[in-house]
Write a protein that binds this ligand. Structure first.
Ligand SMILES: Cc1cc2nc3c(=O)[nH]c(=O)nc-3n(C[C@H](O)[C@H](O)[C@H](O)COP(=O)(O)OP(=O)(O)OC[C@H]3O[C@@H](n4cnc5c(N)ncnc54)[C@H](O)[C@@H]3O)c2cc1C
Length: 379
């Protein structure tokens, strides 16, 4: 988010932009832990619109920013089992089609054909969108960062924000581990840590961190030594999500990357791998993709989702703190929405119209007003 908004601001001609990152490397927060998925299949109009613009930008990224991002549009497929899920997805499907998303409704035979190796157990239907896909988060981060630097943005790594100076309610400076910087505008793009930055200006930002895991399995080789046998798992990187269990997987090189949400996980900054979770995922995974029953785990890691109460992001100003802007709380979708979100916030900061997108669902004050729109397709 930080590099995207810096890039978009610089493109609009803003000068004296400084991006501060406390870690040694950019992307060492949530972005470096993420699966790189980008999809149009959301339940809220606002998120679908963010995705339409973001995927457009990801498709043109290499041409426009000169950085290849390995964006493979092999599609996302949602597997639907419960009758109530089917009803909800019917409505999502109609909304997505109305907004121009090339989404397809599949019967069970077709779903099994597109993701070889999955079982039919409990399945009623599936949805598929071939423009959805997976890109490399590090390349997107570096692409925005390098393009921003070429436009004059200064990027300071290993510099921590420690405080924000106010005169009455107005921003005057940012205090850092390398000394103060005078400024009238601060953008809080601290992801899971954005609540802490909010506290520096006595603003309660309802973004909470939740640990999420990714596991990579080695799948057994077939007798000819081929890495993946086409009948036991997909040979493409189609991202398959068993919506009612939240188990998801896609091919990753010669292995399979998979994960699943954990409703019992409390909010924390814990990022160590909880191996007990694997014991709970294993039977669900093996039921849907039996090749995983015999697979060993080669790698696992955990990172943080930055959740808001309605699973929608906050993009925009904090009215009672002139000069303080938030771009955070993407609730598990911040990699894919960073291109459009950065563009929108840059327009807001520079007093331009952000286009036809409705900003109300992203407004900070929706929590106080209690009129948010909830995103239902959170995995
Ligand atoms: C396991 C996992 C899988 C995911 N999969 C996907 C996916 O497939 N698709 C998708 O779109 N999203 C996915 N996400 C979500 C995505 O990673 C996040 O939404 C996104 O990375 C948020 O980006 P950000 O820039 O807001 O936060 P971050 O990448 O966390 O960046 C915030 C930065 O702020 C820095 N910072 C914090 N405090 C300070 C301070 N005081 N001073 C200076 N710097 C500071 C941090 O070091 C950090 O680098 C996934 C997340 C996880 C954990």
């Amino acid at each position: 988010m930080g590099v995207s908004v810096a890039y978009h601001l610089a493109r609009l001609g803003m000068q004296n932009i400084v991006l501060l990152e406390r870690e040694q490397l950019l992307g060492a927060g949530s972005t470096g832990k993420c699966a790189g998925g980008a999809r149009l299949q959301f339940s809220s109009e606002s998120n679908i619109r963010l995705s339409l613009e973001s995927i457009d930008i990801l498709e043109r990224f290499e041409d426009e920013l000169g950085q290849s991002i390995d964006f493979r549009q092999d599609g996302y497929m949602f597997l639907l089992s419960e009758a109530s899920t089917l009803d909800t997805f019917r409505k999502n499907f109609e909304l997505q089609q109305r907004l121009g998303v090339p989404v397809e409704w599949l019967d069970v035979d077709e779903a099994c054909r597109r993701a070889p190796g999955i079982t039919r157990e409990n399945l009623r239907a599936a949805t598929f969108c071939g423009r959805d896909g997976i890109a490399d988060p590090n390349s997107v981060t570096m692409g925005f960062a390098k393009a921003a630097q070429q436009l004059g943005v200064t990027i300071e790594r290993e510099v921590e924000v420690t405080g924000i100076g106010l005169d009455a309610d107005r921003i005057t400076e940012i205090q850092t581990s390398a000394g103060p910087i005078e400024t009238r505008i601060v953008v809080n793009a601290a992801g899971p840590w954005s609540h802490q930055i909010g506290q520096m200006v006595a603003t309660n930002i309802p973004v909470q961190p939740f640990r999420r895991h990714i596991f990579i399995a080695d799948v057994p080789l077939d007798p000819k030594g081929l890495a993946l046998e086409a009948r036991t798992s997909p040979s493409t990187r189609i991202l398959t999500i068993d919506f009612d269990t939240t188990f998801y997987f896609h091919r990753e090189s010669t292995g399979i990357l998979f994960g699943m949400g954990d409703p019992d996980e409390p909010s924390s900054f814990e990022q160590s791998v909880n191996w007990d979770l694997l014991e709970r995922i294993a039977p669900v995974a093996a039921r849907r993709l039996p090749v995983l029953a015999d697979a060993g785990i080669s790698t696992a890691w955990a990172g943080l989702y930055e959740m808001t109460p309605d699973a929608m992001p906050i993009i925009g100003p904090v009215p009672e703190r002139p000069g303080f802007f938030i771009i955070s709380g993407f609730s598990g979708h911040g990699f894919q929405h960073s291109p459009a979100a950065g563009r929108i916030l840059a327009d807001i900061i520079t007093d331009r119209s952000p286009g036809e997108i409705d900003l109300a669902p992203f407004a900070f004050d929706r929590f106080a007003r209690g009129n948010g729109v909830r995103e239902g397709n959170v995995v």
